[in-house]
Design a protein around this ligand. Structure first.
Ligand code: FAD
Ligand code: SF4
Length: 377
């Protein structure tokens, strides 16, 4: 029997599982993809400090496995859940059944499907791509080129694609895409110092402590050109370049420009099947599809269903550091819930004793590993 089931092995799920294991719990992590790491494992460098994303995810995976108290099942989903008194009985897609005391949802987000903004030409024009595609190009280590393999001389980043847009039913701001655009624009300039790089934005949301510096560096150090205006249309010319039309709302003028590549800053939406999972676990979903904690201020990881917790981007767009802080907070909430949750005093004491013994066992195991025994991954 596991103590906690974590659904989703992105950085939120891995961090929470790791912390719970350190606290002495046996954790089962259920991941629908073939590997842990979520979106971050596919990114190249992370703003604001250019941390290598794949290394971060790999490091977290190692940490999670350190005490052997976390079992990760990949290519697996939750088929059904039923409450059984103070426990949950979970049926997995592979037919297994497990019983746990608490469930943590960390299913994260899915990228807005840029095909839905047909007027921008994603999937129609060769040189219109998304920020996620560009991130993968950077991660591949190869130079960024146009479809024909040529070096781009002019690149335009289009902010707010599928976010802050009533037409696609997404009113929310995806929070991370302004910073991602600024980071990627600088990276293009590092790769091709002579290229002209434009960012078309509605307003820039560089909200965090170090983000304004990134923005200033983009202008002063890299010469990225920021244009306040929303793209109205993009069209491919015969040579494969993209002609874009936008209104420069600061100058009050229509702007027409031909570029070699257009990068769409696709926003974040709730992950697929989040609503299905919410239905099974009887927890609340917002109009925007993200999960609603019971109280954003005081109980950000609790849901209206006792024993069901949420963390990371499944409750709305978050940066990596916000996601990790949220996951740690969820682990603390779950620990408190399991230790204090049992109404029966004898049962509570039994749980506390079990956790205490597990903590000693994990510590001993870790010390053994540090003495030179190999750790299996
Ligand atoms: C293009 C782009 C670039 C970014 N760059 C940065 C950056 O440089 N710096 C920064 O701070 N932030 C960045 N972010 C934000 C960062 O990606 C998120 O903060 C982070 O991914 C959130 O982690 P998460 O674990 O909550 O969700 P995710 O990364 O989405 O992980 C969720 C996991 O749950 C799994 N899952 C989903 N549904 C199920 C299910 N039903 N059953 C089982 N498993 C499921 C998924 O497969 C996935 O492994 C970027 C975002 C985007 C879109
Ligand atoms: S972070 Fe910036 S690009 Fe992303 S939705 Fe918000 S305002 Fe638009």
């Amino acid at each position: 029997m596991y103590d906690v089931a974590v659904i989703g092995a992105g950085i939120a799920g891995m961090e929470a599982a790791s912390r719970l294991a350190q606290m002495g719990y046996e954790v089962l992590v259920v991941e629908k993809d073939g590997r842990a790491g979520g979106h971050v494992a596919g990114w190249d460098r992370l703003f604001p400090f250019q941390r290598n994303a794949a290394n971060l995810a790999a490091e977290m995976l190692k940490m999670m496995d350190r005490g052997k108290a976390v079992k990760v099942l990949v290519n697996t989903t939750v088929a059904d859940v039923q409450r059984d008194g103070q426990h949950f009985r979970i049926w997995l897609s592979d037919g297994q059944g497990v019983t746990v005391s608490a469930v943590l949802i960390t299913t994260g987000f899915k990228l807005f499907d840029a095909h839905r903004k047909e007027e921008y030409g994603y999937g129609i024009y060769d040189n219109v791509t998304t920020s996620a595609d560009l991130e993968r190009m950077f991660a591949s280590g190869k130079p960024v080129t146009t479809k024909k393999g040529e070096r781009p001389q002019r690149v335009a980043f289009i902010h707010c694609v599928g976010s802050r847009d009533e037409k696609v039913n997404n009113r929310h701001c995806s929070k991370v895409c302004c910073a991602t655009a600024v980071k990627q624009a600088c990276e293009i300039k590092q790769m091709y110092p002579d290229a002209e790089v434009y960012c078309f934005y509605m307003d820039l949301r560089m909200f965090d402590r170090h983000f304004e510096t990134m923005y200033l560096d983009a202008q002063t150090q890299y010469g990225v050109i920021f244009v306040r205006g929303r793209l109205s249309e993009a069209a491919e010319s015969i040579d494969g370049r993209i002609a874009i039309k936008a209104e420069d709302t600061l100058m009050g003028k229509m702007l027409k420009i031909s570029v070699d590549m257009v990068i769409l800053m696709a926003g974040m939406e709730a992950a697929e099947e989040t609503d299905k999972l919410a239905g099974m676990l009887k927890i609340a979903v917002g109009k925007d599809g993200f999960l609603n904690p019971v109280d954003e201020y005081l109980q950000g990881n609790f849901t209206r269903e006792k024993g069901v917790f949420v963390a990371g981007a499944c409750t709305g767009p978050k940066t990596v550091s916000e996601t990790l802080a949220d996951a740690r907070a969820a682990a603390v909430s779950i620990d408190e819930y399991i230790r204090d949750g049992s109404e029966e005093k004898s049962l509570r004491e039994e749980i506390i004793e079990k956790i205490r013994n597990k903590r000693v066992e994990i510590r001993n195991r870790r010390m053994k590993n540090e003495e030179g025994k190999s750790i299996e991954f």
